[in-house]
Design a protein around this ligand. Structure first.
Ligand SMILES: Nc1ncnc2c1ncn2[C@@H]1O[C@H](COP(=O)(O)OP(=O)(O)OP(=O)(O)O)[C@@H](O)[C@H]1O
Ligand SMILES: [Mg+2]
Length: 258
């Protein structure tokens, strides 16, 4: 059964999509059957790995509204072993359209049931909000991976996310866990980065990954070529950082299964 990991933080621009795309690509590259689900109407994860995809049939929008099964919208990508369930701007309307639908928080969880056995990891890229789309991701997920940008106000708003996680645990998904907390855009030359890292570690302790993702130009440039960084610039620091993160994530999974 695939482990479903939601990449979430309602703060914008902290590295959710960069992490979802590149962690997925590295997990697949290590031989894990991996599905990346883009549940953000901005569709950045979709465009971040669309090189090598001929045409996309439908999107997660049709799946959430019950117009198509998840299998029908999944396509393979330029990375062997990595599949994508794409988003489209139409997903922006889904929150409103779903608001009166019965079982609206569980649409993604239900849709995932049939495809879960086909994957080792299913990574969900969430939008920067705690609305119904994110609630669907948290309800479907086994765990949440929280990227935290090493910047001013990094921890601000995290209590809101933790509160949402608790509410989902109480009412919708009692077994939801925190997979890990990832420091992103880390710059070792800056005192600020070190200070934020220390603060995050004192709060989340051993939930913080040993790998911090450094600020790296290849990570910022890769999406404009529709490629994960391990294809675009395999020898970059960014590629190296995400390969290490994938190692930590797989290792935790293997340890939990013993
Ligand atoms: N480690 C990094 N080094 C350099 N640039 C980065 C890094 N991580 C992310 N970026 C860049 O920062 C911007 C925001 O990253 P990203 O899109 O991954 O954040 P996000 O949390 O998904 O944003 P949103 O909340 O809008 O969905 C992007 O332009 C991305 O290319
Ligand atoms: Mg994003």
């Amino acid at each position: 059964m695939g482990r479903v990991i939601a990449v979430s933080n309602q703060k914008g621009g902290v590295g959710k999509t960069t992490t979802a795309v590149n962690l997925s690509a590295c997990l697949a590259n290590d031989g894990n059957r991996t599905l990346l689900i883009d549940i953000d109407p901005q569709a950045n994860a979709t465009s971040g790995c669309e090189a090598g995809i001929d045409n996309l049939d439908g999107s997660v929008y049709e799946v959430l509204l019950g117009h198509a099964p998840l299998e029908a919208v999944i396509s393979s990508t330029g990375i062997p072993g990595l599949d994508l369930a794409p988003s489209r701007i139409s997903l922006a309307g889904a929150e409103v359209e779903m608001s009166s639908v019965l079982g609206r928080e569980k649409r993604l969880a239900e849709a995932l049931e049939t495809v879960r056995p086909d994957y080792d990891f299913i990574i969900v890229d969430c939008p920067p909000s705690l609305g119904l789309l994110t609630v669907n991701a948290l309800t479907a997920a086994d765990s949440v991976l929280i990227p935290v940008q090493c910047e001013y106000y990094a921890l601000e708003g995290l209590s809101k996310l933790l509160n949402s996680i608790q509410l989902v645990q109480r009412y919708l998904n009692p077994t939801l866990e925190i997979e890990g907390v990832l420091l992103t855009m880390y710059d070792e030359r800056l005192q600020l980065s070190k200070r934020v890292a220390a603060e995050v570690k004192s709060y989340f302790n051993d939930k913080v990954y040993e790998t911090a993702i450094k600020r790296n130009v290849s990570l910022a440039a890769a999406p404009s070529f529709g490629q994960p960084v391990i294809l675009y610039e395999p020898r970059s620091t960014g590629a190296d950082n995400y390969r290490r993160l994938a190692g930590e994530v797989s290792h935790a999974r293997a340890a939990a299964l013993v």
